[in-house]
Design a binder for this molecule. Structure first.
Ligand code: NAD
Length: 332
């Protein structure tokens, strides 16, 4: 299919071209994000391939539908950036990559826990300067600590298994219990109980109207003093302003973020020579107990390969009129 591929970096092009050798879809790569301004590039393409920070709201979808687009295939698992009701009304099919490497994201989340706990980021710089003083690098044993996993789907289950391997007590909350987690030794509890008992909390639920600012001022107040919070899921699960208040008071002891509510204007781009105008984001950067990565949890060679293979398979299935196993329904 003739497909306009938005938000592409050289690594996306490489993996998609490799996956497309047999299928032979006509992939046209665009580096800009899909926005109301850049959508004109998509005119006349029957298929669009989009990423997490592409804007797929009603006006953009209306333009696409009017110009002949019938398929939008996402190179990601989350689909909170798509107005699904508008897509259904306009007859647009939305496909995604529901699973590529849950290990990549879970391993990154646990990596953030270890880095914040054992302060690898500080030790790296200190040792390079010939400073072998350990003051300020004191950590704690993960073994025996309680980790709260919120959302025990594919990624949450992987994270829970890694943490059980460390000897942590894993306490989870989900709207649906995962029997594989129970069998592995995860205990389920209500959200208030998880918030109250956990030494570390890691978020692995999707962004939905019901999970928007799930971690807000009231949630921070229920947590233990000195708790660690890790968010590799979606930025808007956490009220960043409330996180700053909790960091300032010392109630939140450590914060690891791979995602940020307003990341769309920042992440995946180089701002090293520019001014960052987001004052909440820049305030977060000033805390020495905050570690931020720019939505890179998915970014392993294994994950990129699988994302590309599934994306190409999605295009082929749609073109051939086959059953669409990766379709996102409007009622999601
Ligand atoms: P999944 O669908 O397998 O699991 C999500 C789980 O969250 C499900 O078990 C679901 O029941 C649960 N859930 C839904 N509402 C909940 C609520 N209110 N409270 C608690 N749990 C709730 O999804 P997944 O593959 O594990 O991915 C999880 C999220 O990770 C995705 O939605 C996506 O936003 C994010 N993600 C981030 C990256 C990254 O690079 N940072 C990459 C991939 C996915």
């Amino acid at each position: 299919m003739r497909t306009a591929v938005f938000s592409t970096k050289p690594y996306d092009q490489e993996s998609l071209l490799a996956a497309n050798t047999q299928a032979g879809h006509e992939l046209v790569f665009y580096s800009p994000r899909l926005t109301p301004e850049s959508v004109k590039l998509a005119a006349g393409f029957p298929a669009i391939c989009a990423f997490v920070s592409d804007q797929l709201d009603a006006p953009v979808l209306e333009y696409l539908a009017a110009e002949g687009t019938r398929l939008i295939t996402l190179r990601c698992a989350g689909f909170n950036q798509v107005d699904l009701r508008a897509a259904a009304r306009l007859g647009l099919t939305i496909l995604r990559v529901p699973a590529y490497s849950p290990y990549a994201v879970a391993e990154h989340a646990v990596g953030m826990m270890l880095a914040l706990n054992r302060k690898f980021h500080k030790a790296y710089n200190r040792v390079r300067e010939g400073n072998f003083n350990l003051a300020g690098l004191l950590g704690f044993d993960m073994h025996g600590r309680t980790v709260g996993v919120i959302g025990t789907g594919k990624i949450g289950e992987c994270a829970a298994r890694i943490l059980l391997g460390f000897g942590c007590r894993v306490l989870a909350h989900d709207v649906v219990e995962n029997p594989a987690c129970v069998a592995a030794g995860v205990q389920y509890a209500s959200l208030p109980d998880v918030l109250a008992q956990a030494d570390i909390i890691t978020l692995h639920c999707p962004l939905l109207p019901s999970t928007y600012h799930l971690i807000n001022e009231a949630a921070f107040a229920q947590m233990k003093r000195g708790v660690m919070l890790i968010n590799t899921s979606r930025g808007a699960l956490v009220d960043a302003a409330a996180a700053i208040c909790a960091l300032k008071s010392g109630h939140l002891g450590y914060l690891g973020l791979d995602v940020y509510e307003e990341e769309g204007d920042l992440f995946f781009e180089d701002f090293s020579q520019k001014v960052i105008h987001d004052d909440i984001f820049t305030r977060l950067l000033t805390f020495n107990n905050v570690l931020i990565t720019g939505h890179q949890a998915f970014f392993t060679a294994d994950a990129l390969k699988q994302i590309a293979l599934t994306t190409v398979a999605n295009l082929t299935a749609f073109e051939r009129g086959e059953s669409l196993v990766n379709q996102v329904a409007a009622d999601k």
